[in-house]
Design a binder for this molecule. Sequence first.
Ligand code: PEP
Ligand code: MN
Length: 338
Amino acid sequence: MIIVMKSHAGPKDIEAVVQRVEELGYKVHLSRGEARTIIGVIGADEYLIQNSTFEVMDGVERTMRVMQPYKLASRDFSAADTVINVNGVQIGGRKIVVMAGPCSVESREMILETARAVKAAGATVLRGGAFKPRSSPYSFQGLGEEGLKHLAEAREQTGLPIITEVMSPEDIALVGDYTDIFQVGARNTQNYSLLKALGKQQKPVFLKRGISGTIQELLMSAEYILSGGNMQVMVCERGIRTYETATRNTFDINAIPVLKETCHLPVIADPAHGTGMWQYVGAVAKAAVAAGADGLMLEVHPDPARAWSDGAQSLTFERFGRLMEELRLVAQAVGREI
Ligand code: PEP
Ligand code: MN
């Protein structure tokens, strides 16, 4: 249930409602908007509460039952877009954020070189996998902590915040010692122990859509993190598995406007995994910006032909630089900037 307070409701009114919710054994999520405060009532058997319990209280305008199985992620809970600040980089605002870097951190030199190149072209976050979720156990699994150290050095040298994947709850402390944003990959979107653990810490989480996951399943996964108390979540469309074989995955462009309408979280597009082929990455990246995405995740490698993972979908520095120029024009056309 969501309790919408009147615009003139004072701190005492809000406190009284919060107390009543807690007395009844539910958790509270407060959203203080510019105009009014919204109180989210969280609990598995929330349907047992009567709307009238709160509607008679001072300062309460109305109560709403949220029909979706996700509540805190929904636009009903927060009409305003969530903006996440990562070391001064705003994610979810007017400026489109570009997170770029290699699929995997392969060495200190390559991540430093890539960080400098993507920064020069206008990227504002550096990506790079150190713990890699590979479909085959025989594929390169990532450099682990060594990769995290190289990423941290790249941040030091360039000032770019970093994003890297965490695959299990046991790794959160280690990865969290280095990263600015936790990435949850498509193979872990429904790893609920991981999501719950990420909900109990405060670093931002970048949550990818599952390989065969619906948009609603993505938002329910986001809800696991939000309901744990971490409101800094962004969601990412990265392509889904369909019957089409011409590309690695099918990038679901529809997901961008659907997510923008149904949730208030920043929506990021990943056209690299969405297509699997560098030739198509630019077209889909531009389409995603035109469709309203708040950011892009792009794979960039000094020498894609020699990449240890995802070389086929990685852009060279030069191609990335050219794409950034094109993206600037598209962003401008839809009232955004890069
Ligand atoms: C990645 O970002 O390199 C990755 C493994 O992505 P996904 O989880 O979307 O497959
Ligand atoms: Mn990859």
